[in-house]
Design a protein around this ligand. Structure first.
Ligand code: UD1
Length: 389
């Protein structure tokens, strides 16, 4: 008969580590999918999907779960919108008892949204190890709420999964121990590459009555571009000028839609010839929109990465980017925040007939999630990045 010590050792060997996979906002859904799928094949890991409910509209959440073939969340915290403090606090309050009840061996957070920060804080205070996917990105601009979220989450994380080597350098500069940093590639690109065949079937351009390769796609939702009247007015000026050159498709994020309405700019957008103002798109529909665009104008982080892989010229309406590899190795360019400078940049890119080639930064190869799971398995076996006292 097995003695108690052998029994315990046997149990530990059999047991698989529970990983809480945290999602809250639209870009998180795109990143977590490949990780959950890769972990499902592991005998060392068990995952539970926790949705904070930061994004809750069907267009911002459920449609993404459907297109990405994500399992239903195991827990839904249903926190919804609020100021940064209110939203972050609500996520912390609702997640803490879930963590206490389920006792995960590790909490895995992705990206830089308020849900990322809030759940990392709860885990850190409870002494539960944290893995951060997309660690080390820095815009060096603390006016961005995402930059604060990134800095704090990385300071708390035990396993820091990076998409590029400049992120590794940022972390080392901040004093993060090398053995905590794991350069694994980009899970958002895992999803993009796996989704391209299905996305191409959506025929988004044709459905909008447009010619593939003959239109611009636009996404704008950052607080600096839409919250202040001057910012949104500048965006409207740029869109009107661009729509004078070629058709423009603008799927409008709820934050942008609300501000446009409050500032009385929604009618101007609707009535602008050549500008197709549409609802937020589903993931596959949107990827297809990007895939056959002549030009993309954005302030999103993920879109800068996706256009790099798709080889579509991208103009980023921001003074900085936390993703410099999309400029040095990709198709991205930062454009000035004055309307005239942005319009000139767009005209220059449109006049350039040489099609940019798709570029693949190192390890943006569709296999990042498998590398993350390998590190998590080693961690479960006690082999990777032991927690510091
Ligand atoms: C959040 C992330 C941002 C990310 C973006 C992707 C933070 C700090 N910001 O910004 O990094 O790029 O998600 O979309 O976490 N709203 C709805 N329905 C929803 C969700 C939001 O109507 O399903 C409206 C609400 O009025 C809300 C506003 O949009 O107040 C902003 O939502 P919020 O989650 O606070 O930030 P985002 O701007 O979406």
């Amino acid at each position: 008969m097995m003695g108690p010590a052998a029994q315990i050792a046997g149990d530990r060997k059999e047991a698989n580590m529970l990983v809480h996979c945290i999602v809250g906002a639209r870009p998180n859904f795109v990143k977590i999918g490949p990780i959950v799928r890769a972990a499902a094949t592991s005998r060392r890991l068990r995952t539970r999907l926790i949705h904070t409910g930061q994004h809750y509209d069907a267009q911002m959440s459920r449609h993404f779960f459907e297109d990405l073939n994500l399992p239903e969340p195991d827990r839904h915290l249903d926190v919804r919108s609020g100021t940064h403090a209110v939203q972050t606090a609500r996520i912390m309050e609702t997640y803490e008892p879930v963590l206490a009840e389920e006792q995960p061996g590790l909490v895995l957070v992705v990206g830089d949204v308020n849900s990322t920060l809030a759940c990392a804080l709860v885990a850190a205070k409870a002494g539960v190890p944290i893995g951060h996917v997309e660690a080390g990105l820095r815009s060096f601009d603390r006016t961005m709420p995402e930059e604060i979220n990134r800095i704090v989450t990385d300071a708390l994380a035990d396993l820091l999964f990076t998409t590029c080597t400049d992120a590794d350098e940022n972390l080392r500069r901040e004093g993060v121990a090398q053995q905590k940093i794991h350069f694994v590639g980009n899970v958002m690109i895992d999803t993009l590459l796996a989704s391209l065949p299905l996305a191409a079937e959506r025929r988004t351009a044709e459905r909008l009555g447009l010619v593939p390769g003959g239109y611009a796609a636009v996404t704008i939702h950052r607080p600096t571009n839409v919250d202040e009247p001057a910012g949104l007015e500048r965006v409207v000026t740029i869109l009107r000028a661009l729509a004078g050159r070629l058709p423009v498709v603008f799927p409008v994020h709820p934050r942008t839609a609300r501000r446009a309405q409050e500032l009385g700019l929604d009618a101007v957008l609707r009535d602008c010839p050549g500008l197709h103002v549409v609802e937020p798109m589903r993931y596959l529909e949107f990827v297809d929109l990007l895939r056959t665009a002549r030009l993309v104008l954005t302030d999103s982080g993920g879109v800068q990465e996706e256009t790099t892989i798709l080889g579509v010229p991208c103009l980023t309406l921001r003074p900085n980017t936390e993703r410099p590899v999309t400029i040095t190795a990709g198709t991205n360019e930062l454009v000035p925040l004055d309307a005239r400078g942005a319009i000139e940049a767009a005209q220059r890119r449109l006049a350039d007939r040489a099609a940019p080639q798709p570029h693949r930064p190192p390890l943006w190869d569709g296999h990042a999630a498998e590398r993350i799971v390998a590190v998590l398995e080693a961690f479960a076996d006690g082999a990777a990045s032991p927690r510091e006292p």
